[in-house]
Ligand binder design. Structure first.
Ligand SMILES: [Zn+2]
Length: 83
């Protein structure tokens, strides 16, 4: 399918203070850490997730979106073998 729209803006929700922040995701790398601007907490991905956007944001990272649109397994950072 052609014309898949990749959403680059994603709204992170801090698990500590609940602050919501809209960030633009990088397309060439995964963001593993994110400093909450509201409370200063450093977020890191949950086990099994590749980046903070997949764990805490309403829109997953671009590689995940592409894989999902193509019907492929969603893994973008070549994380670990198996699961
Ligand atoms: Zn916070």
């Amino acid at each position: 399918m052609i014309g898949t729209a990749i959403e680059l803006r994603s709204t992170l929700t801090c698990p500590d203070c609940g602050a919501r922040t809209t960030e633009t995701m990088p397309t060439d790398a995964c963001q593993y850490f994110y400093d909450c601007p509201a409370c200063g907490s450093v977020l890191s991905p949950k086990p099994g997730d590749c980046c903070v956007f997949c764990s805490y944001a309403d829109t997953p990272c671009p590689p995940i979106q592409e894989a999902s649109a193509a019907g492929e397994p969603t893994a973008c950072c070549g994380g670990g073998a198996g699961g």
